[in-house]
Design a protein around this ligand. Structure first.
Ligand SMILES: Cc1cc2nc3c(=O)[nH]c(=O)nc-3n(C[C@H](O)[C@H](O)[C@H](O)COP(=O)(O)OP(=O)(O)OC[C@H]3O[C@@H](n4cnc5c(N)ncnc54)[C@H](O)[C@@H]3O)c2cc1C
Length: 278
């Protein structure tokens, strides 16, 4: 598949055909310089087609939907060698099943067409760490974040990475709107976190200056950790939750010191449910 790495962008319709060997970084590298972006993952080695067939959420998903919501057509080769293009117009049922359950063997998706979105020049985004952090403080932090997220703007995305055994936490934050809007909607919350829990760890972006100066281009944010090492031998589990309830927080924290893997509770309420149509 890796030889099938062609990307064909149509700026007029803001769409792109992406072949099955293209990784998420390859796609951003081509679209972002044109001021456009697909709903995409940010770990460089992940395949765009595999990512999309599994649903696919990224930092644009709370405003623009999952990758499958932004997929317009898929070309698939079946076990009998038949080449089919499935979309909401043709082979509708196949298209429906591919969008989310496509990894289980309906055929080989050779390329797909995705919707592209216009990028603005700068965004507010970064990461803060508290490592180590006591279980009690972690629990408190999750409660504070859960409370804020209950009514948070769709433009705000957090990725919370709970680091087991140490334990500790890293939080990615991203505001999918103009940086001046983040001033009223996201930054007061980040400031309240540092007031309550103290200055975050050294590699946090806030340590290098005030939160409001942490602007970044979208592609810089996507690729901020550079190339993902292919062989890191780490186990990473996700849980898809409608809400980080006190019960869920209690279960997560009580398992944390024993668990062998990095845990990411994917908590992106509201927007994903509303934006489920292409
Ligand atoms: C470091 C890391 C970070 C991640 N971050 C995110 C994230 O932010 N958001 C998110 O949504 N997901 C994320 N993921 C999950 C990722 O989207 C899935 O693991 C995805 O399945 C990877 O697809 P792949 O093609 O790279 O992997 P593979 O292991 O090659 O494929 C995964 C599955 O998809 C099937 N598949 C792949 N390509 C095709 C094809 N062309 N036709 C038919 N079936 C195919 C394979 O058969 C396999 O069953 C992350 C994964 C990793 C490892």
């Amino acid at each position: 598949m890796s030889a099938m790495n062609h990307i064909d962008i149509d700026p007029q319709t803001a769409t792109a055909w992406v072949e099955a060997g293209v990784n998420v970084k390859d796609l951003d590298d081509v679209t972002c310089p044109q001021g456009l972006a697909a709903v995409n993952g940010s770990c460089t080695t992940v395949g765009v087609v595999g990512f999309t067939l599994g649903g696919g959420f990224g930092f644009l998903s709370r405003t623009k939907g999952l990758a499958v919501d932004n997929c317009l057509q898929m070309e698939i080769v079946t076990a009998t060698g038949q080449r089919i293009v499935a979309s909401s117009q043709e082979h509708r049922h196949l298209f429906w099943v591919l969008r989310g359950a496509g990894q289980v063997g309906y055929g080989v998706v050779t390329k797909l067409q995705v919707k592209l979105h216009t990028l603005q020049e700068q965004y507010v985004g970064g990461r803060f760490w508290y490592v180590p952090m006591s279980s009690t403080k972690l629990k408190e932090l999750l409660h504070v974040m859960s409370e804020f997220c209950r009514s948070a703007e769709d433009e705000i995305t957090f990725n919370i990475y709970l680091i087991t055994q140490v334990p500790g936490v890293a939080v990615d934050y991203f505001y999918d709107g103009h940086p001046s809007e983040a001033e009223g909607k996201l930054l007061p919350f980040l400031r309240s976190i540092t007031e309550r829990f103290g200055p975050p760890g050294e590699s946090s972006t806030a340590v290098n200056g005030p939160w409001e100066e942490q602007t970044t281009s979208y592609v810089e944010y996507q690729q901020r950790f550079g190339e993902e090492p292919v062989k890191t031998y780490k186990m990473w589990k996700s849980a898809f939750l409608g809400e980080l309830t006190p019960e869920v927080i209690h279960i997560i924290i009580s398992q944390l010191e024993e668990a062998q893997f990095l845990l990411t509770p994917h908590y992106r309420p509201r927007a994903l449910g509303r934006r489920n149509q292409p």
